[in-house]
Write a protein that binds this ligand. Sequence first.
Ligand code: ZN
Length: 239
Amino acid sequence: MIFEEEVLILKEVNYKENDKILHALSKSKGKIQLLSRGCKKNNSKLINVSQLFAYSKCILYKSKDMYIIDSAELVDNFYNIRNNIDAFLYANYILELVSYVAQENDLEYKIFYMTTEILRCLSQFNENFEKLTAAYELKLVSILGYKPDFYHCISCGAKIKSSAKFSIVEGGFYCFECEKNGSGINMDYNEIIVLQRILKSKFEDISSIEIITIKVLSLIRNYLFYHIGKDNFVTLKLL
Ligand SMILES: [Zn+2]
């Protein structure tokens, strides 16, 4: 059976003389492996679509437990990521992260589009990589079913209007009045507003959030890692 699928290449592995096995994130099937035949030959039509970061529309067919690329059209290869070492390192971390998450879950197509979207931003912008990555982490954990509530107290339900204590386990704040009911990380009100804005903003608007403190960045990352159950990403050590 032959079918069309949008894919993003997460990893390329050389195979035989002229082929590659590609680990890819697909729009509708989560993480899949693709065999790209002859893609290492200079005249191959599959050269561009068979490289790390390539986002393409492929015609695939299945043979045993592997999908084989029949033909493909490149949508974007986010070329500029390779011209900026920071963009490259952050993009590699994004791929490692989504690769892990895709293995563990039935992937939502929203995650596929969100990942191509952040790669486009990392490729086009010259700065704000750390902010963009934090926004990706927060949106990712939310789509996975752990959307935090940054607006209401998890104990009494009151609107958060001042500094409060964030519980990573519960995914929300204890207001000033309820602090004694649970443990968490103290965040001042400005930081809480920043968290609300990051969750609401599109990637291209992240630069309008001027200051994202280390405390906010680390809260987001710790929250994600707690809920996906992994924190030892290899690419993170390079950042
Ligand atoms: Zn409360």
